[in-house]
Design a protein around this ligand. Sequence first.
Ligand SMILES: [Zn+2]
Length: 179
Amino acid sequence: MVSDCCVCKVSQGVIDNVSFHSFPKNDERREQWLKSVNMTVSKKSCVCSQHFRETDFIYKVVGDSVRRFLKQTACPTLSLDNNSIRKNSEELNFDTKRVCNPRYMGDLRKEHFMSESVYFIVKKYYDETQKKLNTLHQKVNRLQKKFNTMEELTKHLKSIGLLSDETEEALQVGPEGHA
Ligand SMILES: [Zn+2]
């Protein structure tokens, strides 16, 4: 059954880790919920888990997964106005496995950080390191080319008899060298 939360209108499956709970059948508790959400609801109306406190839930193993159920005493109390829920959904969204377990530095997003400023510090550090790395790669390439030229030159000088074994060794660019 696909349903929307009657409070924040979020649809099932849009945010991971959000469960949907129908209104209690018990009149007294139903009345309590209605008072809390303060709106007219239909028989099919649901309230999503974002409006309940963590202590309102119990977790049960169903098959090979753990499912979240509401306690008998639970009543929606959180984020009952639209502004607060937006923030709340973002926080919950960041709770998903995919976002929560970035595999590479480059996977990191703003949501992984406690605040925007922390994110920008890390981002800046990452970008700068990346730049440094590129520069170093270029340097290595240039040195490698220089080295190859030197090696060619040494071989050439050796072949035309202008380089002694000792000199070649001293240059340390021969096949036995340490370069
Ligand atoms: Zn909701």
